[in-house]
Structure formats: structure tokens, C-alpha cells
Design a protein around this ligand. Structure first.
Ligand SMILES: [Zn+2]
Ligand SMILES: [Zn+2]
Length: 126
């Protein structure tokens, strides 16, 4: 959740709009392309601050790339090792995970689950 004292700059607002409008996972380079005329360092700084404020998520994939997404309902990710597609998967386990953690006395701020494998499309193509 955003911490009220942090201010959102106009650029941060544009980054948020870009991510929420496209409903996908974008790399920093793709976000840069959407924000024509804005310097690379400025965009990276805005991404860092939005991550710190919990408004967007940064996912580091095993391929070494990082993608950003607008924070919505909890979900997990599935990455296809054949085509590289990233899928959003409903995280039905999220509430039971939270119960388990509460029982242990912990409180979850962020859950990050990414599974890797071969997607349906690639399996059908085989
Ligand atoms: Zn695939
Ligand atoms: Zn996602």
C-alpha cells in the first residue's frame, strides 16, 4: 500500500498509467518506448520509487530480465521456457498461505511465486 507522505511525480503517474492500461508485464525498455522523450535514468528512478511504494511489482525472471506490472489482485506467474511468454495465474492459495503465516505469527507484505515450464500453446505445437 502506498505510503501517503511519498509524492507521485507526473512521470511516475505516466508510468502507472502505461502499466495499468496495457494490463501486461513490460520490461523497463518497453516502458521507455511508451514514454517518448523521457531520459532512461529518470524512468529507472521512477520505476524504483513506484516499487518502493508498492504501486508496481518488479519480477526478476530466471532469464535475467526484469518485468514490471501494475499491482492488482494477488496472482502467481508461469513462464514458458520454450516461447518465453509470461502468464498470470490466479493465486488461489494466497488466502491459505496468509492463514498459515498468521498462525506462525508472521505477517505477509508481499508474495512472489513464479513457476517455469512449457505452456499449453507450446505443448500443443509439439
Ligand atoms: Zn510457450
Ligand atoms: Zn502478473
Amino acid at each position: 500500500m502506498p505510503r501517503g507522505r511519498e509524492k507521485i511525480t507526473p512521470l511516475m503517474h505516466r508510468v502507472l498509467q502505461t502499466l495499468s492500461a496495457s494490463r501486461v508485464h513490460l520490461t523497463a525498455e518497453e516502458i521507455l518506448e511508451c514514454l517518448e522523450g523521457v531520459g532512461r535514468a529518470t524512468v529507472y528512478r521512477a520505476l524504483d520509487r513506484l516499487c518502493e511504494q508498492g504501486l508496481i511489482n518488479r519480477l526478476s525472471l530466471e532469464s535475467g530480465t526484469s518485468v514490471y506490472e501494475y499491482v492488482r489482485e494477488p496472482h502467481m506467474h508461469f513462464v514458458c521456457r520454450e516461447c518465453g511468454n509470461l502468464y498470470d495465474i490466479p493465486a488461489e492459495f494466497a488466502s491459505s498461505l496468509e492463514q498459515i503465516m498468521t498462525k506462525c505469527g508472521h505477517s505477509i507484505v508481499k508474495t512472489d511465486v513464479t513457476a517455469y515450464g512449457v505452456c499449453k500453446n507450446c505443448r500443443m505445437a509439439e
